[in-house]
Design a protein around this ligand. Structure first.
Ligand code: GLV
Length: 336
């Protein structure tokens, strides 16, 4: 590599990150509204002889992409999740992979709660009712739903986002259960500081006992289809399922069947399979009475998106300079 290294960015991330990259590198940005095709990313990396790639969760980064530029030393994804990056292929090639953990946990937990409260208190339906000029009088049976306070919240996956989501249950005086591969005493201690006695239970028990089930697992082989028809059948008929993790963690057909059969009460999804979810998808027939969907906006607060942009810039700089990344996906996935 001679001259100033080049970085290719697959979407217009917040300016603060682009400015930081531009201080040291030549930066080319795909400014389309939709993601570039994989062919386009490959041809840009090759044409630019890129040293760095900043990508989004909608870009599949596989061996073909990683081989596109001989100078590629780092891929930084503008996301905490890295299921779209073939980590083993990157590690084999000595290409570092950065991501953005930590900064978005609280913001994503806020969104999980927005969906939880929306599903319980039926605010989307309420708004539609008013907007359609159907609000004629105060109604004793109008848009009733379950109480959130004093209910039981089940957290599947007590990682950073799961813990941040659980913490918020303190204000609602809820019982908190969690499931996962093993108990997490340090997370329990963190929650105890908020007066929460989070109990570790197995997943079946959690599904059977929770009024609200919120999913916070990464997408890996064992979590794909984690919530399928057997799991949905274990939930109570009034229970509300919230997914802010990855769409593939829930079996969409099974959810469709469960909602149609009244096996569970409602679902609030920020992530779907497929994603984007077309408005004519069969699942959508349950909206808004039994289903609320948002377009994968878990981390979408202005402050968090700015911090994510700075983090991908910092990871890219470290990768190009040959230094350890501040946030390495390869390390965080336990592959180092
Ligand atoms: C969002 O889903 C992310 O992984 O950052």
């Amino acid at each position: 590599m001679t001259g100033t290294p080049t970085v290719y960015v697959t979407r217009t991330i917040p300016e603060i990150g682009l400015d930081r990259l531009r201080e040291r590198y030549e930066v080319a940005v795909w400014d389309g509204k939709l993601p570039p095709t994989k062919e386009h990313i490959v041809s840009m990396l090759a044409e630019l002889d890129a040293a760095g790639l900043v990508c989004l969760l909608s870009d599949e980064i596989d061996a073909e992409v990683l081989d596109a530029s001989p100078d590629l030393s780092v891929v930084s994804t503008f996301s905490v999740g890295y299921d779209h990056v073939h980590l083993a292929a990157a590690a084999e090639r000595g290409i570092a992979v950065g991501h953005t953990p930590g900064v978005l946990a609280e913001t994503t937990a806020d969104l999980a709660w927005a969906l939880l409260l929306t599903c319980a208190r039926r605010t989307v339906e309420g708004h539609a009712h008013v907007a359609a000029d159907e609000w004629e009088t105060w109604g004793p049976r109008l848009l009733t739903g379950p109480d959130v306070h004093d209910a039981t919240l089940g957290i599947v996956g007590l990682g950073e986002i799961g813990t941040a989501t659980a913490k918020r249950a303190a204000g609602f005086e809820m019982d908190v259960r969690y499931s996962g591969r093993s108990p997490k005493p340090e997370r329990e201690a963190e929650l105890a500081e908020f007066g929460l006695d989070a109990t570790y239970v197995d997943r079946d028990e959690l599904l059977a006992e929770s009024d609200f089930v919120s999913l916070h697992v990464p997408l890996v082989e064992e979590t794909e289809g984690l919530i399928g028809s057997a799991e949905l059948q274990r939930m109570s008929e009034d229970a509300i399922l919230i997914n802010t993790s990855r769409g593939e963690v829930v079996d969409t057909d099974a959810l469709d069947t469960a909602l149609a059969a009244g096996q569970i009460g409602r679902a609030g999804l920020d992530v779907t399979d497929p994603e984007p979810l077309p408005a004519d998808h069969p699942l959508f027939r349950h909206a808004p009475e039994r289903l609320v969907v948002t377009p994968h906006i878990g981390s979408a607060s202005t402050g968090t998106r700015n911090r994510m942009a700075e983090m991908v810039a910092a990871c890219t700089e470290a990768g190009i300079e040959g230094e350890p990344l501040p946030h390495s996906a390869i390390r965080d996935a336990g592959m180092e």
